[in-house]
Design a protein around this ligand. Structure first.
Ligand code: GDP
Ligand code: ZN
Length: 311
């Protein structure tokens, strides 16, 4: 029989030391790239974590072979260190879960807003996970929920301690590929542990230092969920939202600025110091919240300060 018969479709979970860990319906198969697969093609086509690939698991003695990458539905990429070649952090992701604690550590609008920009630029569905709600009263929870729900974002209140919102979170993850983002200590690993007891996963495990030798180590890692779907750990996503973003384009990512900025007197208004600014007027009138406006100004400043490759 032709070899074709052995070919299977799998999902790349991670890359390490030249090997790709490919998940085929729950079984992990170690694979290498078939030698001539990318001859004459650019690095853009190299295999990324999240890729759906066609493999022959028994192609060689110590590993299978990847023959083909199936078309990607989405990809999160950033320029490489040299600033020119795109580096794909992960492909085929559906959701960006922005996990933030309401307390301990304190809720940070700026962090959430940065990740909302990342989601929009990467064409991912953002969901704000407001975690550790057992530490706050109902009013505090609603105050934050209202800010983002009014802008059209989904906000899910959760606590692994008091098991609030876990069913909804489970439903969100089911059969989807989700990037779990958020600072360390906000409770990402505890949420996963509460949902899937016995599952020893520490999201945020990949440290910045492991990213340095990108040919030999992993920059993203994907985990298959017991009930279907994947979660992705990709620390590089932290700075992704602001990569190559010119400060003057930042206002496009604040949905509530859309109408007010039409009223600005100056074309190219940055909404900070200019007179007759529709955005600043909307802040005074309460149509734009002070929190979000401050967040805009602070991100704007960080874009000005960032080295050029970050913009
Ligand atoms: P990660 O770094 O985002 O993965 O955070 P961890 O899951 O490691 O949690 C960090 C700390 O927060 C740990 O001490 C947890 O016990 C605590 N923690 C996690 N989830 C909750 C929660 O829902 N409520 C409270 N009160 N503490 C939590
Ligand atoms: Zn303005």
């Amino acid at each position: 029989m032709p070899k074709q018969k052995h070919r299977q479709i799998g999902t790349v979970l991670k890359r390490m030391k030249g090997f790709y860990y490919v998940d085929v319906e729950g079984e992990v198969c170690l694979c290498r790239i078939k030698g001539n697969l990318f001859q004459g093609k650019s690095r853009k086509n190299s295999v990324a974590v999240g890729d759906h690939v066609e493999i022959d698991p028994d192609a060689s003695e110590d590993a299978g072979w990847i023959y083909k990458i199936l078309p990607r539905t989405s990809q999160l990429s950033r320029p490489s260190r040299e600033g020119r070649i795109e580096q794909i952090l992960v492909s085929n992701v559906d959701n960006l879960l922005i996990v933030s604690a309401i307390k301990s550590p304190a809720f940070r609008t700026g962090m959430v807003d940065r990740f909302l920009i990342t989601a929009q630029r990467g064409h991912l569905h953002p969901v704000i996970i407001l975690n550790k709600v057992d530490l706050a009263d109902q009013q505090e929870i609603e105050d934050i929920q209202k800010i983002y729900q009014a802008l059209g974002y989904e906000v899910l209140a959760t606590s692994s301690t008091s098991r609030v919102g876990l069913d909804s979170l489970n439903a969100l993850l089911q059969n989807q590929t989700s990037v779990l983002s958020g600072h360390s200590g906000v409770g990402k690993s505890s949420l996963l542990k509460a949902l899937f007891p016995g599952w020893e996963i520490k999201i945020g495990r990949l440290s910045d230092t492991t990213q340095k030798g990108r040919h030999t180590t992993t920059i993203s890692e994907m985990y298959r969920l017991p009930a279907g779907g994947y979660v992705v750990d990709t620390p590089g996503i932290r700075e992704l939202g602001l990569y190559c973003l010119p400060p003057e384009e930042l206002d496009q990512f604040f949905v509530e600025f859309e109408d007010p900025r039409l009223q600005c007197r100056f074309k190219g208004c940055t909404h900070r110091h200019e007179p007759n600014c529709g955005v600043q007027e909307a802040v005074i009138e309460g149509q734009i919240t002070q929190l979000r406006y401050e967040s805009y100004c602070s991100i704007f400043d960080s874009l000005l300060e960032a080295p050029s490759r970050m913009r």
